[in-house]
Design a protein around this ligand. Structure first.
Ligand SMILES: *Cc1c(COP(=O)(O)O)cnc(C)c1O
Length: 391
């Protein structure tokens, strides 16, 4: 199936893909799949998007990498674009989600230090979170399965239940510098923030002088129907991290923050070799052009609602398979009554690719370019898969 030359880090499904087009993938053995995993919420514009292919080709013929020792015009343009369309005033580029979160945690401590409050070193995080696999972000995540065998863990994280404002308030001490949450928990099983949660956290952070860090690595760049998920709560965070959708499949991450905090990162205080290289920036700029084009996010919102309805109809007819449908935008979870892997395998047999998550959830994270025909096709395949499981 695979080779011992490759480390066994993943429980891979025995399929390899040869090429893709839009929301569809073709495997090396010629089968077609409707890709409602999108590389775990990464291929925001689907596969082989003509514009992304063309900007990457063009940049590849000019310049790949120069390092952050020099100005990178693409970084300046993408940063200005992100700033123009968000709460933020400044951006730091990196290559992955965990790197963006690592930068966010470092920035929060640095801000406290600069404000003469160097003993404020602790972060409040939530259960069911996922922030990455580095030592810091693994500790922030707090998943026992991820941490097993890697101790000692980095200290500094105080955990409260997701969605619980009172518990968050109770966890604040004079050592707390920031609260970090995902507006919708992705890996945790598509757990959406309860009404008023983000606004409540904002008020709590203001009251105690804490930074509000939102990990939008999965929810950002249009996934929930707005450029950032937190916009829908009408709040302004202090730090937002993005990655997955930003490069449409090219590795790139970013930290966004306000002018008030951006100055805590000074030359030499943080950095990365690869972050924001010209290839990544060419693609990210094109992704933002598309996602911010008139009508794009409105369609994500409309198609997302259609997908939610379609899923609820299938779930109503297959109560032995699907216990609950939850999500928003193009980020949906099916809480399964059967093992989630069984539903995912049955969907794959029908030609529909989904992604597992905690809480026995099967996730649907289609490319943001889909429309009603893909929703209908996915609904039919899911219905057939449920039929197979109950037969
Ligand atoms: C995927 C993800 C990460 C980690 O991103 P990597 O690029 O794998 O490091 C962090 N936070 C959230 C919310 C994610 O979904």
């Amino acid at each position: 199936m695979t080779t011992p030359a490759l480390m066994g880090t993943y429980a891979r499904t025995d399929i390899a893909f040869d090429h893709g087009e839009g929301a569809w993938l073709t495997s090396t053995d010629g089968r077609r799949f409707l890709d409602f995993g999108a590389g775990i919420a990464v291929n925001a514009l689907g596969h082989a998007h003509p514009r992304l292919v063309s900007v990457l080709r063009e940049q590849a013929g000019k310049l790949w990498h120069t390092s952050n020792l020099y100005r990178v015009p693409g970084q300046e343009r993408v940063a200005e674009r992100l700033v123009a369309h968000s709460f933020a005033d400044a951006v730091f580029f990196c290559s992955t989600g965990l790197e963006a979160n690592e930068a966010a945690l470092k920035l929060a401590r640095k801000v406290a230090h600069e404000e003469g409050q160097g003993d404020r070193v602790r972060f409040i995080v939530t259960d069911g979170a996922f922030h990455g696999r580095s030592f810091a972000t693994m500790a922030a995540t707090g998943n026992p399965k991820h941490m097993a065998g890697y101790g000692p863990m980095m200290d500094g994280f105080d955990r409260v239940p997701f969605g619980d404002l009172d518990a968050t308030r109770a966890a604040v001490t004079d050592q707390t510098c920031a609260v970090m949450i995902e507006p919708v928990q992705g890996e945790g099983g598509i757990r959406t923030a309860p009404q008023g949660y983000l606004a409540g956290l904002r008020a709590l952070c203001d009251e105690h002088g804490l930074l509000l860090i939102l990990d939008e690595v999965q929810t950002g760049i249009g996934r929930t129907g707005s450029l950032f998920a937190h916009e829908q709560a009408g709040i302004s965070p202090d730090i937002v991290t993005v990655a997955k959708g930003l490069g449409g499949g090219f590795p790139v991450g970013a930290l966004l923050t306000t002018a008030r905090w951006a100055g805590a990162f000074t030359p030499g205080s943080h950095g990365t070799t690869f972050g924001g290289n010209p290839l990544a920036m060419a693609v990210a700029e094109a992704v933002l052009d598309e996602v911010l084009a008139p009508g794009f996010l409105e369609r994500v919102d409309r198609v997302g609602a259609e997908l939610g309805e379609a899923l609820r109809r299938v779930a109503a007819d297959a109560p032995g398979v699907i216990a609950e449908v939850r999500g928003c935008g193009l980020m949906w979870g099916l809480v399964c009554r059967v093992p989630n892997g069984d539903l995912i395998a049955a969907c794959r047999d029908q030609g529909l690719l989904l992604v597992p998550a905690s809480d026995n959830v099967a996730r649907l994270l289609p490319p943001l370019i889909i429309d009603t025909p893909e929703v209908d096709a996915a609904g039919a395949m899911l219905r057939a898969a449920c039929g197979e499981l109950t037969a």
